[in-house]
Design a protein around this ligand. Sequence first.
Ligand code: PGA
Length: 249
Amino acid sequence: MKKQSLIYISNWKMAMPYEQAIEFIKSNSHEIQNFFNANTSIIVCPSFVALVPLIQLSRDTVFMGAQDCSAYERGSFTGQVSAKDLSEIGVRYCIVGHSERRTLCHETDSEVAQKVEQLIKVGLTPIICVGETLQEREAGITTIILGDQLLPIFEVLKKHAEKTAIIAYEPIWAIGTGQIPTNQEIEMVFEFIISSAEKHGLKDCLKLVYGGSVNEYNAQKLKKIPLLDGFLIGSASLDFQKLKKIVSC
Ligand code: PGA
């Protein structure tokens, strides 16, 4: 059964050029305001440099999210951006632990958890990506992998009274490939995440989204997943018409 409100997180990665990012919000923010109802949250995650102008342009029609943050509060970390600075410019959400960062930047589960801690401390909502590789899936160890990724996150969340977090289940083999798990497979993973969270007393502060090759053709079917709170969308979110179809189907 479809839940009433869904979150649509657009992960623009490094695929959206700066000028096009500005144009995307300039030309569509009015439509976003009229088109999307109160039960729909749109979170756009552009590159760091586009955050400030997009926050100014969007005037609360769209929430802004960063694609990453530092695991540290402040200090000599060349090239990194602190969660505090993100919150001060008006960012509300931040993706952490995306598989591209885990793979290309060798981020570990405990670093991802440190980032979650930084975000929670300054009142930002982390969007925490977890997911298994194809080999792990074929070896039947998906929930073991997800359990390892989630444990340090849950340990952090447990320590904080005020928190909300979005867990994005993104099977690595589904990202950018056009392949997606069945609704039943996603549902089983969501149930696993909920039951693990419950063991840590965390169920009510979590939202569950699915990511990996979500598009205007498969969104309607995916919306039938009972525990689904929304989507993390990569390439399809670069095109406003596609995003609109995903939201409205
Ligand atoms: P995709 O990317 O929708 O292009 O598969 C999703 C993601 O990596 O967050």
